[in-house]
Design a protein around this ligand. Structure first.
Ligand SMILES: [Fe+2]
Length: 319
């Protein structure tokens, strides 16, 4: 899913084939220029999160613009952005201009409708069904799947939800704590129910990707230490509703943990959780490997060089 303020009131869904080429692209009509960090894919559907953080023209204008020009320029920008396609050369210049890079050009927009879009994977813009939800922001879904319940098709969306994003604070995602939610969309009746599964601040949700797009039992998240929460690793069991916390050294801050399945494993949680960490007391970068069933340490690689905390990571087996 691609988004850009230069795209007009559309975002673009692309299917990339195994040779790395776009097999098809679909322009999807939305209500403006939303920031769309991620999306979900089920066995049958593409799910898009059309949420009220949108491009803010005023923030994207150059800092040193003469004051007499800035008000008209802002008005022109605001009237164009999100409505028309910005010509390629102008778009390229705005993206290249270093003066634009230090300010967050997206902001909370109370006038923008918060919606979930559901499109069949081989569908088109006209096939999308939209479902209104309470205003919020989602960077990362954990997983999504659909199943039949009492003769009705139901879509289950597990997401990390923020109640607000870039409203008063544009410097980072610090305004509202990220919580683990389960949203259920009844595709027969259109009813949407939301439920907070865990209100401890947490982020970077991952699962065993062998079940991605289908029904999962387990999810793994990281305690959001950027929110002042205890660093830690949480394992959520959706079958029992229980939550397990890894007993980690409190001086250890974890980054995103990838689930690496045991090739001979059968159980969904038979594998290793692997990711970079920072040990504050030792001022040391580590590669941490935990048993995903017990959350006990399997191994720690003490790195000779600190690896800065990043956002995402993936395991790619050799060969
Ligand atoms: Fe991300």
């Amino acid at each position: 899913m691609s988004y850009s303020f230069a795209r007009g009131r559309t975002v673009q869904y692309s299917v990339i084939d195994t040779r790395g080429r776009a097999r098809r692209t679909v322009d999807i009509e939305v209500s403006g220029s939303p920031m769309m960090h991620d999306f979900s894919l089920t066995d049958k559907y593409v799910v898009i999160y059309d949420l009220p953080v949108t491009f803010d023209a005023a923030q994207a204008l150059p800092v040193n613009m003469p004051r007499w020009l800035s008000a008209p320029a802002r008005l022109v920008m605001q009237s164009l952005v999100g409505r028309v396609r910005v010509p390629g050369p102008i778009n390229a210049r705005m993206n290249r201009d270093p003066k634009h890079s230090d300010r967050m050009p997206y902001a909370w927009n109370p006038n923008y409708p918060a919606r979930i879009g559901v499109m069949p994977r081989e569908g088109d813009n006209k096939d999308i069904r939209w479902f209104d939800i309470e205003p919020c922001y989602v960077y990362h879904p954990l997983n999504a799947y659909s199943e039949m319940r009492d003769g009705a098709e139901v879509l289950v969306l597990d997401v990390v939800r923020y109640a607000r994003m870039f409203d008063r604070d544009r410097r980072g995602p610090g305004e509202a704590p990220p919580m683990l939610d389960r949203w259920t969309v009844n595709l027969a009746t259109g009813a949407v129910t939301t439920e907070c599964r865990d209100d401890r601040p947490q982020e970077f949700p991952r699962i065993n990707e062998a079940v991605l797009g289908g029904r999962h039992r387990y999810g793994y998240t990281i305690g959001a230490s950027f929110q002042g929460a205890q660093p830690g690793l949480y394992k959520h069991d959706y079958a029992t509703g229980s939550r397990q916390v890894a007993a980690l050294d409190p001086a250890l801050s974890l980054g995103e943990m990838s689930f690496v399945p045991n090739p001979a494993g059968r159980a969904e949680d038979d594998g290793i959780l692997m990711g970079y960490a920072y040990h504050r007391d030792r001022d040391e970068g580590q590669l941490v490997l935990l048993d995903a069933q017990t959350l006990e340490s399997v191994a720690t690689v003490h790195l000779p060089q600190r690896v800065p905390m990043g956002f995402h990571g993936n395991w790619a087996p050799a060969g």
